[in-house]
Design a protein. Sequence first.
Length: 243
Amino acid sequence: MKAKESESKKKNTAQLKKEAHSLGIDLFGVADIRDMKKYFLQLDRKVLDDCRYGISLGVRLLKPVMDDIHDHPTPLYLHHYRQINYLLDRAALSIARVIQQNGFQALPIAASQVIDWEGQKGHVSHKAIAIAAGHGWIGRNNLLVNPLYGSQVRLVTVLTDYPLVTNGPVKGSCGTCALCITVCPAHAIREDHSDFDHRGCFEKLRTFKNSGNIGHYICGICIKACTGPVEQTQTRKPRQGKT
């Protein structure tokens, strides 16, 4: 019975992963959310009771857009930010519809929807679920750091009771890298992410929002700096000359 259940979970997971990649998703992982539900906000508890899994989807930001950022967010980055959120929301909806068609429940959580402005929180922490799903760790910039893409990803979540194979957290750290500390315009980033200055960061976002034709609480400067351990290692490798 357990073997049959395990095979069913593998089949379900493979189906959704394939669907996600076809929709333009770069990162797919599944977290066990049973111990995380107490931190969710303004969601019907009856709906949450049946949800055991959190599907974490991620899309990498485009490098040329990030390279265009220097000491402030740009209108180009704002548009890209919105389009990536749209892509993520559409993908989450499509994944949820597939699950529902298979006879199970699925609740897509918007990629960028703040419901607690004072605490700067959404219904769930996409970052926390992404970490539990094996996408990376919390960096000094208080964001997800993925081994391949660094912090240059955006995330969305689907909560579901669809039986799936879960991932576990990955071991990783920022090591000696402190690029995000040196570039942060708010001086909000510390050596330890637990010392991150949320208020200072938010006030800088407010400043950016009210200037430069942005009109949105975004920055992107520390995200640009965090390209990820793998890419940084590859960048440091000397180029081979032609023979």
